[in-house]
Design a protein around this ligand. Structure first.
Ligand code: 5GP
Ligand code: MG
Length: 176
């Protein structure tokens, strides 16, 4: 059994926001092609829904970033596994992640992908938790600003659980 998270964002609200976010992104790229770099595992549901809502043509790439073990606090040095630099060189790259929290992951990805000489590099986050910031980081696109609470569902996990929820909820530190 797992603890039931307290509802924060319903599946319908997420779907509605993704449609409007897709229009914001389409306006910026004006139908050029983008390389969407989705960060595993948490961004997979978001990237899958966002790419289908965009009119901008997308080439999908995956990266793996790990900053958490079983705990709820970032260790500050995310491990990155990225596609080869040729994938990004001369391309409009849009990094897609589930949540922008401390900023460590986005800072590390930004620095690493910049070395590959993309034409442009932006970050799109379903959730933004500005209160968690430990390094300066501003999302180019974001779905929702949320308060300083640990959230799960719609790709976000706690110790690999809850990713399968179609909605997002908050989990308290005392939950098993
Ligand atoms: P940052 O490096 O900005 O602290 O956070 C990026 C990563 O931390 C996210 O991709 C996500 O995996 C994890 N993260 C940050 N806040 C939360 C949260 O509230 N819930 C969950 N499940 N993961 C989080
Ligand atoms: Mg993650």
């Amino acid at each position: 059994m797992r603890n039931e998270p307290a509802p924060l964002l319903s599946a319908a609200r997420i779907a509605h926001r993704i449609r409007s976010l897709a229009r914001e992104i389409d306006r910026v790229y004006a139908s050029g092609e983008i390389v969407m770099l989705a960060l595993m595992k948490g961004a997979l549901p978001f990237a899958a829904d966002l790419m289908r809502a965009l009119r901008t043509p997308v080439r999908l790439e995956l990266a793996r970033s790990r900053s958490y073990g079983a705990g709820m606090v970032s260790n500050g040095r995310p491990d990155l596994e990225l596609p080869p630099d040729e994938i990004f060189a001369g391309q409009h790259v849009l990094v897609v992640d589930d949540i922008l929290d401390s900023g460590f992951t986005w800072q590390a990805i930004h620095a690493r992908v910049t070395l590959a000489a993309p034409l442009s590099l932006r970050g799109c986050f379903l959730l933004d938790k500005p209160s968690g910031r430990q390094v300066p980081a501003i999302p180019d696109f974001r779905g929702f600003e949320i308060p300083d609470q640990f959230v799960v569902g719609y790709g976000l996990d706690h110790d690999e659980r809850y990713r399968d929820l179609p909605w997002i909820g908050t989990l308290s530190e005392s939950s098993p």
